[in-house]
Design a protein around this ligand. Structure first.
Ligand code: 2RA
Length: 380
C-alpha cells in the first residue's frame, strides 16, 4: 500500500454490519451526502476555512465538496508560510490568503482547524466582524460561553452560541457518540476508557515518525523522532499530551471534561488512559461502563444500532470486529466486542474505532456547520 492510501483506503468489513437498524454484508454504506443546497441556497454566502493547508483543513475542503455544502464564495486562510499556495475544492482553484483580521470582513462562517494559540487570536477577529466560527482547536472547548457540540449527541447546544462553537478532541468525540444512548437509557455511573491512538493524531510529524521510524528501525538505524518523546515504531507510548492533573495527561483530562460538558452531566466518574500506538490512522478505545440500571448485551447492541453515526460490527466467533484498517476514511463510529463486564453487576464492555481525522475532527466540524445551515434556513 502506498503512503497516501494508508489514509484514504477503505476496506470493507467481513461479515455482518448493523447500521441504522439494518443488517448487511460487507461495508456499511457511506452516510448519504446531505444536499443542503437544494433547499437552503446560500444561507452562509461566504465561508472561510482557517488552517486550510493542514491535514484536517484539507479534509474539510474534501468534505465541503463531498457533502455539497451550500456556499457561494470560499476563502482559504493560513499563516504567511502558506500564502499563495493553490488548493482546489469542488472543481475550483483557490489561492491561500493570510489569516488576519481583515480577511473576515466579507465572511459569514468560518471553519477553523489551527493550533490553539492561533484559534485564540483569530476567532475574536471573526466574531467581531459578524462571522460564526466552528472551531476544531482545543482553545475554546471548555469556555462556558462556547457550546461544545457533537451533532448526533447535543445538536441543541449549537443554538446557544455567541459566535463560536467548538468541536471536541478526537478521542472524546467517538466515545461520546457511543456513551450517549447508554446514558440516556440506563444512566452512566462510571466510565473506564483506554485509548489506542493513531500517529495521525499528532499531525504530519507523527505520520513521518511512524513511517520513517519503522523503516529505520528495520534497517537497524536510529530515527530522530520529532512528534514523540520515545520511538513509536514497534512500541506504545502511555502519554498523550502534557502532565495535567493528579498524574493524568491533558489528553486524558480532555476526555473527562469534554464528555461531561457534551452530555451535560458530570455526576459520573471517568477514568481515562491515553496511549499512542504505531497505527497510521483511526483511534481505537476499550470502554467499560457501569450504569444505574443493568444493560443486557442485546439491549446495548440494539441501542448502538439505533444511534445515528454508529455502525456495529460484532461477531467474535467469525473474528469480525472494527479495526483501524476497516474504519479508515469513514465517518461512522464503529462498535464491536460488546460484552458483559463479568467483574461488575451493572458493567458493560465494548470496543470502539473511528477515523480521528474525519469524525474526530473534520467531519464533526462540517456537521456542526450543517446544523447551523439547517437552523438558519428554518428561521428564514
Ligand atoms: C491526538 N487527540 O491524537 C490528539 C489530537 N487532537 O494526539
Amino acid at each position: 500500500m502506498d503512503r497516501a492510501s494508508v489514509y484514504t483506503a477503505r476496506s470493507s468489513f467481513p461479515g455482518k454490519v448493523s447500521w441504522g437498524g439494518q443488517q448487511m454484508a460487507g461495508s456499511p454504506p457511506k452516510p448519504e451526502s446531505i444536499n443542503l443546497a437544494a433547499w437552503s441556497p446560500f444561507v452562509f454566502k461566504s465561508i472561510a476555512v482557517a488552517g486550510a493547508t493542514g491535514a484536517v483543513g484539507a479534509l474539510i475542503l474534501r468534505l465541503l465538496e463531498e457533502r455539497a455544502f451550500p456556499l457561494e464564495r470560499l476563502k482559504l486562510l493560513a499563516s504567511s508560510r502558506s500564502v499563495g499556495r493553490k488548493l482546489s475544492c469542488a472543481g475550483k482553484q483557490y489561492e491561500v490568503e493570510l489569516l488576519r483580521p481583515e480577511a473576515f470582513d466579507d465572511v459569514d462562517l468560518v471553519i477553523g482547524s489551527t493550533p490553539d494559540e492561533v484559534a485564540a487570536e483569530f476567532a475574536p477577529w471573526a466574531v467581531e466582524r459578524g462571522c460564526v466560527v466552528v472551531d476544531e482547536s482545543g482553545y475554546w472547548r471548555m469556555d462556558p460561553k462556547v457550546p461544545l457540540v457533537v451533532p448526533e449527541v447535543n445538536p441543541e447546544a449549537a443554538e446557544t452560541h455567541h459566535g463560536i462553537i467548538a468541536s471536541p478532541n478526537c478521542s472524546t468525540t467517538q466515545m461520546v457518540v457511543a456513551l450517549k444512548p447508554l446514558h440516556d437509557t440506563a444512566r452512566l455511573r462510571r466510565v473506564v476508557v483506554s485509548t489506542y491512538q493513531a500517529t495521525s493524531g499528532a499531525g504530519v510529524g507523527g505520520t513521518r515518525d511512524l513511517e520513517q521510524g519503522s523503516r529505520k528501525h528495520l534497517d537497524g538505524e536510529d530515527h530522530p523522532y520529532e512528534a514523540f518523546a520515545h520511538p513509536i515504531a514497534f512500541n506504545v507510548i502511555p502519554q498523550i499530551g502534557s502532565p495535567k492533573h493528579k498524574g493524568y495527561t491533558s489528553e486524558e483530562m480532555k476526555m473527562v471534561d469534554e464528555t461531561h460538558k457534551i452530555l451535560g452531566d458530570n455526576s459520573f466518574g471517568i477514568c481515562a488512559t491515553c496511549v499512542r500506538v504505531p497505527v497510521a490512522n483511526c483511534h481505537s478505545e476499550t470502554i467499560v461502563v457501569e450504569t444505574e440500571r443493568k444493560l443486557a448485551v442485546e439491549e446495548a447492541r440494539a441501542l448502538f444500532e439505533a444511534m445515528p453515526g454508529i455502525a456495529v460490527v460484532d461477531d467474535l466467533e467469525a473474528k469480525h470486529y472494527p479495526m483501524p484498517i476497516n474504519s479508515n476514511d469513514r465517518d461512522e463510529v464503529f462498535i464491536g466486542r460488546i460484552r458483559e463486564d463479568l467483574s461488575s453487576p451493572n458493567g458493560l464492555a465494548f470496543w470502539c474505532v473511528s477515523d480521528n481525522l474525519r469524525k474526530g475532527a473534520a467531519t464533526n466540524a462540517v456537521q456542526i456547520a450543517e446544523l447551523l445551515v439547517r437552523s438558519r434556513a428554518a428561521a428564514m
